[in-house]
Design a protein around this ligand. Structure first.
Ligand SMILES: Cc1ncc(COP(=O)(O)O)c(C=O)c1O
Length: 358
């Protein structure tokens, strides 16, 4: 068996060691005679697995007890509505920064629940940059400020954390755990699991406890307080995805934690952008200071070669390099679990393709 190099934007590559451990434990988890998939979520064995995963995530990100850590379902997309439902009372306003397709979706959902003030938008330049904060038009009475630190489709990443005295809310779906961060700057962080956390089916929400219960009368499943009060076990959680996330957190600790993985991520991104910029054949449209270290979109000098590029890349076992269906071109997602060797193989292929077609 040889595993291919997988550059998928999500569900994305998982660390091979994690998959191997899951395989070893699949039929009989630590002598219990059952798979984790077959265990009650209320059993002491499973509760221990769930608690260890939460503790490892708290250790990695330095999350204090002022925050609840929730393992929920519905994806990051459900958070687009849960956030305004839980935080905005009738007639209240929230500020949103629009840096691409994911922020746009978050804005569209939030508009169902309150007054949404878009403080800045990068739509004027096809979402290829992050507007500097001094240009933002923030409202005085906003209840919170929402932004998307990493736009997965456009490949745009904030090089700064916005300054605000309001609770700061961030969709970290595609860059959580890629480098150290200060959770204390945030009111709420959310991230779909299927990039840097684990398999699809789970979304992690880190929410400051004083924000819980701000709006009452919500459906139980959409109320953060209900989930926080029940340790994310108000109903049956996605047990296997939670367990796999726990294995990924342990793997991350073994990589030297977030400092260690950040060094690897920086090296991978520098190599790939470095090659693209000097190639004369490929280009990346994003403002250099705002380039994502997780998602690297690029186009070929001649879009007529796109199909050929993708077919030949596939033959070379370099998978999932097509750009998002809405933008075309190429995109290499180089999340935590994508090894540097995969980036080296991609660059080698790109060089060879350019030589043959340039
Ligand atoms: C930044 C960002 N936000 C939200 C989403 C939506 O996530 P989900 O499909 O888990 O709802 C994605 C998915 O790729 C994403 O990249």
């Amino acid at each position: 068996m040889t595993r291919a190099h997988n550059f998928c934007a999500g569900p994305a590559a998982l660390p091979q060691q994690v998959l191997e451990q899951a395989r070893t434990e699949l039929l009989d988890w630590q002598g219990t005679g059952m798979s984790i998939m077959e265990m009650s979520h209320r059993s002491k064995e499973y509760v221990a697995i769930a608690e260890a995963a939460e503790q490892d995530l708290r250790d990695l990100l330095g999350i204090s007890d002022d925050y609840a850590v929730l393992f929920l379902q519905g994806g990051a997309s459900q958070q687009f509505s849960m956030i305004p439902m839980n935080l905005l009372k009738k007639g209240e306003t929230a500020d949103y920064v629009n840096t691409g397709q994911w922020s746009s979706k978050a804005i569209a959902e939030a508009q169902r629940f309150g007054n949404i003030n878009v403080v800045a938008s990068a739509a004027d330049k096809n979402f290829s940059y992050v507007p500097v904060q001094s240009s933002w038009n923030e409202s005085k009475d906003a209840v919170y400020l929402h932004y998307t630190p990493n736009e997965t489709i456009g490949g745009v990443e904030f090089p700064f954390v916005p300054q605000t005295d309001k609770p700061l809310i961030a969709d970290y779906s595609s860059s959580i755990l890629s480098r150290p961060m200060d959770v204390n700057k945030y009111g709420l962080i959310y991230a779909g699991a299927q990039k840097n956390i684990g398999p699809a089916g789970i979304v992690v929400v880190i929410v400051r406890r004083d924000l819980l219960g701000r709006v009452s009368g919500l459906p139980a499943m959409l109320d953060y307080k209900v989930h926080a009060d029940n340790g994310s076990m108000y109903n049956t959680p996605p047990t296997y995805a939670w367990y796999l996330a726990g294995l990924v957190f342990k793997w991350l600790k073994a990589q030297g934690g977030l400092e260690g993985i950040a060094r690897a991520n920086d090296r991978k991104a520098e190599k790939l952008y470095g090659y693209i910029d000097q190639s004369g054949f490929y280009s990346n449209p994003v403002n250099k200071a705002d380039r994502s270290r997780m998602n690297v979109p690029f186009v070929l000098a001649d879009a007529g070669l796109d199909k050929q590029f993708l077919t030949q890349a596939n033959d070379a076992r370099l998978l999932n390099l097509a750009g998002h269906r809405s933008v075309g071109g190429m995109r290499a997602s180089i999340y935590n679990a994508v090894p540097e060797a995969a980036v080296d193989a991609l660059i080698e292929f790109m060089q060879d393709f350019a030589k043959r077609n340039g």
